[in-house]
Design a protein around this ligand. Structure first.
Ligand code: FUC
Length: 805
């Protein structure tokens, strides 16, 4: 590709042009853009509609659009609860409580780990390949417009201009690819659909049809093989000018002016059964979707998609200030950051990209939550199966959902959890003789809830932890019907599991056993060896506290189940306290002050109470200070080395009200754990870091977990001037805010539920409603610092202006 000054100028003009298209007055268009095609998958650009995802390479000669359908998984439902578990549970507990950890671990490995212990993998659907009959190009650019959800590739070749636009429409349930040329008869391209495994392909007139069924091999780790999920995909070509010719297993578009490719896919997976439903004919589903979509012109498809996408995406904007790098291609901006440059606008782009990725991997028409890779996966055997990991990763995926004004993205997770209660209650009963439901450290779309992988998978608190986003959905939306009909039954059932699972230790405290602090180990004082099995790891206590508090609050809001709530309250009093480690000064991770086996471990589970939990705040100064110490210790021993671990650290610093350190770790995330397409690099690609990073940025600007809304709680020095629009706070408040020279200027708060609003700021403020000042803040001191607080009753759907004095 030629590079010259003129080329750069023209590319820049192109980008400016792109970003001006359909510009909403208040929203600066967010673009990822490049002057080279993607040379590998981690440089390609993602689109999605919650169900159909695609990665677009933007290659001018041999384009590859790798496609996914969210439910296309290998494997099948299996009850893999180890039948020996229940007969050995008491013995394992006795061994643990008498500190015979090695023997406990051995017995747990023999009797608790699932049979079989592994899930299979989320799989790629295949590739749409486009071979253009051209050799060289100039003025190449490709971009992803986050506001509109459109990926555009443009270039010139021998005087002809080419443009490819791809979007995944949630409204019409199709991926639309528009190919156009600047000349009549200018577009000649061979279109193919490929997959290496388990399919049959056929071409009929203007359609390429793929039908398949995943065939799994027998595997002692993953279970019996067989003919499993059925799937189909269909691509229809609508061309303007020229001819279509069947060729090389695909369709050659010969000398057209432009063409529209409509693509859809389906499987016979049914969420309500967590299983295949053989009455579903995937090809029929594809036909129905395509017939409907074909009734729309390309312009109508585009307009419907854009309207829908922008209505969700444009709810939030963020301006952190710009530097000269803002006009560079995204990969160069990232390289500059890796070389030490600051680029606040790249951070704003990263934030918006996280929102974009969440809305495109977790919304209707999709039914499943965002997995380890969202919905984007190129492999048949993805890293960790691209599964739903429930000891941090799936939880992290949903941290931005509510605060970033994407409440509906939480619904696929919540619906999935509703269904998971069925196998989860079988696990609770068969393994632990408990009521309620749970899941251990991972699951798949077939609802595997047993102990998976190995002894470190003995994490029965996975289920209770999974319930946090359900209560958060209520706290942010104040939807009482949702609380009553959906949230509370799941929370209550989870709490019932905990009640039955808890046992008394020798001190008379309620404890979990077996337990672990996810994937970490300590030095067993008896054997001197690293071991991971324990009782009442600090994280368990914090999870139970959050869950029980959420249940107690729900019961009081719904005015029901008082006796049950009282029983939870009683148990809360008898849990071991969260302690400061006498030897280290940080939060103690284990029930005893054991020596750490891996002081720089990526999981920092014992800080769950700081984030995402609500138990460690400035109102608990000793724990607050110890949490800070914990992070220092982890970092000084090399912690934070995976993308998601770094992202969690950003959230921790935000909650510690330390904006400068939070910002430092945003830059570390960009420098060490980010691909050229801004995908998080665990390594390899894992999407949780994107979502955790996005949530962390929001958490620096607005917090509401501690019974008040804290405006700009962790603003770093370097973000001296900026603004955000449309973030959400608990209580269903929508908030916009501007600041200048590191000082709050003005904020507006719209009350969408008419709740009482309590605000905390660093500067004195007053509130104006209908032109009149209705309240003045009062100074308070918390954690040794002066803040200003104000509390007002609000009217539903009314906006209040917050001004500094
Ligand atoms: C947990 C983490 C790993 C990885 C995996 C998918 O097991 O400890 O780092 O993120 O999930």
């Amino acid at each position: 590709m030629k590079k010259s000054f003129i080329y750069y100028l023209s590319t820049l003009c192109l980008i400016l042009l792109l970003s001006c298209q359909q510009k909403d007055e208040t929203t600066k268009e967010q673009l990822l853009w490049y002057d080279q095609p993607a040379s590998k998958w981690e440089e390609a650009l993602p689109i999605g509609n919650g169900r159909l995802g695609a990665m677009i390479f933007g290659h001018p000669f041999q384009e590859c659009i790798q496609v996914n359908e969210e439910s296309l998984w290998s494997g099948a439902p299996i009850n893999s609860n180890n039948p020996k578990a229940i007969h050995n549970l008491n013995k394992i507990r006795e061994l643990i409580l008498s500190h015979q950890y090695q023997a406990a671990k051995k017995l747990a490995a023999e009797t608790m780990v699932g049979t079989p212990p592994c899930v299979r993998s989320y799989q790629t659907l295949g590739n749409i390949l486009l071979d253009y009959s051209i050799q060289d190009t100039t003025q190449y650019s490709r971009s992803l417009n986050l506001n509109r959800g459109i990926c555009t590739t443009q270039f010139l070749s021998q005087g002809i201009g080419y443009k490819q636009e791809v979007f995944s429409s949630a409204v019409d349930n199709v991926i639309v690819t528009r190919l156009s040329s600047s000349q009549a008869e200018g577009l000649s391209v061979l279109v193919r659909l490929t997959r290496n495994k388990d399919i049959q392909l056929s071409v009929q007139d203007n359609e390429i049809i793929l039908e398949g069924q995943i065939t799994d091999e027998d595997d002692p780790r993953s279970g019996p093989g067989g003919k499993h999920m059925k799937f189909a995909a269909k691509l229809r070509i609508l061309h303007e000018g020229g001819n279509l010719i069947a060729k090389d297993g695909g369709i050659y578009i010969d000398k057209a002016k432009q063409a529209t490719l409509l693509f859809t896919a389906a499987t016979d997976y049914l969420l309500s059964q967590l299983n295949f439903d053989r009455s579903i004919q995937p090809l029929n589903v594809c036909n129905q979707i395509l017939e409907k979509a074909c009734q729309q012109s390309y312009d109508a498809l585009l307009a419907r998609h854009t309207e829908d996408h922008t209505s969700v995406f444009n709810r939030v904007s963020l301006d952190l200030g710009e530097t000269a790098q803002a006009s560079l291609p995204t990969n160069r901006r990232l390289e500059a950051v890796k070389a030490g440059a600051e680029d606040p606008d790249l951070i704003a782009l990263y934030f918006q990209y996280g929102r974009y990725l969440l809305m495109n991997s977790s919304r209707t028409p999709g039914v499943l939550p965002a997995n380890l890779q969202g919905i984007w996966n190129k492999d048949y055997n993805a890293p960790w199966g691209s599964d739903f990991h429930t000891n941090i990763n799936l939880q992290m995926n949903y941290w931005p959902a509510e605060v970033c004004n994407l409440s509906e993205t939480a619904l696929p997770l919540i619906q999935f959890m509703e269904k998971l209660q069925t196998p989860g209650s079988i696990t609770a009963k068969e393994m632990y003789h408990s009521r309620g439901w749970t899941v251990h450290h991972l699951t798949d779309p077939f609802g595997r809830t047993a102990v998976m992988d190995g002894v470190w998978g003995c994490f029965p608190m996975g289920g209770p932890w999974m319930t946090f986003p359900i209560y958060e959905h209520y706290a942010f939306t104040k939807d009482k019907k949702f609380l009553e009909e959906t949230a509370y039954p799941i929370l209550k059932s989870s709490a019932q599991f905990v009640l039955d699972f808890l046992i008394k230790d020798k001190k008379g405290q309620w404890v979990t056993a077996p337990s672990n602090s996810p994937e970490n180990a300590y030095i067993d004082p008896v054997s001197g060896k690293a071991i991971d099995i324990t009782y009442a790891a600090t994280m368990d206590i914090q999870i139970i506290t959050e869950l029980f508090n959420n249940c107690i609050l729900s019961s009081s809001i719904l005015e029901k189940d008082k006796a049950f709530a009282d029983s939870l309250q009683q148990v809360l009093k008898e849990l071991p306290p969260v302690k400061v480690s006498p030897s280290l000064g940080g939060i103690q991770e284990w029930i005893e002050d054991y020596k750490e086996a891996d002081p720089g471990h990526r999981h920092i589970s014992h800080l769950l109470g700081l984030h995402p939990g609500t138990q460690i705040t400035p109102s608990t100064p000793d724990l607050f200070a110890a949490a800070q110490k914990t992070i220092d210790l982890r970092l000084s021993a090399g912690g934070g080395h995976t993308g998601w671990s770094r992202a969690w650290i950003i959230n921790f610093y935000a909650r510690l009200l330390d904006g400068n350190n939070a910002l430092h770790h945003i830059y570390e995330l960009l420098k060490k754990s980010t691909h050229a397409n801004l995908f998080d690099d665990h390594p390899p690609f894992q999407i949780d870091g994107n979502f955790g990073g996005t949530a962390g940025i929001a958490e620096m600007l607005l917090q509401s977990h501690a019974a008040y809304i804290h405006l700009l709680p962790a603003l770093p020095k370097a973000w001296h001037t900026g603004s955000f629009k449309g973030l959400k706070a608990r209580g269903n408040f929508e908030i916009s805010c501007t600041w200048k020279e590191n000082r709050l200027q003005e904020a507006t708060l719209t009350s969408l539920a008419g709740d009482v609003c309590k605000l905390r700021t660093e500067v004195p403020i007053h509130i104006i409603y209908q032109g009149k000042t209705i309240a003045q803040s009062e100074a308070i001191v918390a954690a040794g610092k002066t803040y200003h607080e104000i509390s007002i009753p609000t009217e539903i759907n009314q906006t209040y202006i917050i001004k500094t004095n």
